[in-house]
Write a protein that binds this ligand. Structure first.
Ligand code: CIZ
Ligand code: SF4
Length: 322
């Protein structure tokens, strides 16, 4: 509608004035992803968002995602101003892995290599030997396992269990979960599969093992988009945040995409296939970040010593990914 058009026009103007670029996650609302594309920004997973921001000549990055993504961008681009539509956009994995208890867990197992998921605070990254995203976790754990390393894994227990099963690695698991993926239900998925017998099931490994076991393809957001493009099926049942449908449909325009079931049997879910924190990245909040760009309500700061330490395991991942 016209109010939205007005917001978009103002945001485009402000992006130019402030030499800023909009970097959005696949799980943000479709209109935000479209705006990032229209304005020369990017839509991607957390790793690519940070890399794009680092390599872009803009002075300011507007990170439409959740807080750990803003922090990772700042760690990789300390000379840039990193703004977020709201600093209240967090992640249940980050919240469920506070630095003090996690650090004590690591201290109790000094012979273990500490591998943490990107969905963590800068402080937790700084305590880790490796940072991984879901697109490269399997390869990195395989590599460490081949060197005979014992691993502490945090914070997502479902992703950790999936990787342990695939690699046979010795992994001590932090018990965190994503409130979005944890809601996918195997029983209801079985019923949906019966309704669409020719559909392939695409699953993000933050989902429970019972759901992962039913998948035709398991992978990170980018890997699932690729699967929708390359598998022959006409229909896909997708178990990840529904924000991904925007790019997946773009990549596979002739395919039918169906949401995997959450809840089921009338049960309610905490967040039915859409992350409540990703949803906070609306047009109004993006405009506010650009207008109040010097404000503590929007700007990401990472303490310098923390940054230096968090950069080590992050760079290790980026070098490994090359
Ligand atoms: O679940 C998330 O928040 C994901 C998939 C983040 C990412 O790495 O892009
Ligand atoms: Fe965190 Fe899950 Fe939201 Fe991703 S979708 S930001 S893992 S709560």
């Amino acid at each position: 509608d016209s109010e939205k058009q007005a917001y978009k026009a103002r945001i485009k103007q402000l992006l130019k004035e402030k030499e800023a670029v909009l970097v959005a996650h696949y799980y943000t609302d479709p209109e935000i992803q479209a705006l990032a594309e229209e304005t020369g920004g990017c839509v991607s997973d957390s790793l690519e968002m940070a890399r794009f921001g680092r390599d872009h000549p803009a002075k300011t990055l507007i990170v439409a995602g959740v807080k750990f993504m803003g922090e990772t961008s700042k760690i990789l681009s300390p000379e840039k101003t990193v703004l977020m539509p709201t600093l209240d956009a967090t992640c249940s994995l980050d919240v469920g892995c506070p630095i003090d208890t996690f650090s004590a867990f690591c201290d109790a197992h000094p012979d273990h290599t500490v591998v943490v998921y990107a969905n963590t605070s800068a402080a937790v990254k700084a305590r880790a030997d490796w940072v991984v995203t879901s697109s490269i976790a399997l390869e990195i754990v395989e590599h460490l396992d081949s060197q005979g390393k014992k691993i502490i894994w945090g914070p997502d227990r479902h992703l950790g269990s999936y990787i342990a099963k695939q690699t046979g690695a010795d992994m001590l698991m932090w018990q965190g979960e994503c409130i979005v993926h944890d809601e996918f239900k195997a029983k209801a998925l079985l019923q949906l599969k019966a309704q669409y017998p020719d559909a392939a099931v695409l699953v993000h490994p933050e989902s429970p093992a019972s759901v992962v076991e039913m998948a035709d393809a398991v992978g990170s957001t980018s890997q699932l988009i690729k699967a929708a493009q390359t598998l022959d099926n006409d229909t896909f049942i997708v178990a990840t945040d529904k924000g991904i449908f925007y790019k997946m449909q773009q990549a596979a325009p002739n395919k039918t995409l169906i949401e995997a079931p959450t809840g089921g049997n009338g049960a309610t879910c905490r967040s039915c296939a859409h992350c409540p924190w990703m949803a906070m990245n609306g047009l109004k909040a993006i405009e506010a970040a650009l207008v109040n760009d010097g404000s503590e309500q929007h700007e990401i700061f990472v303490d310098e010593s923390l940054r230096d330490r968090a950069l080590v395991p992050l760079d290790r991942m980026l070098d490994f990914a090359k």
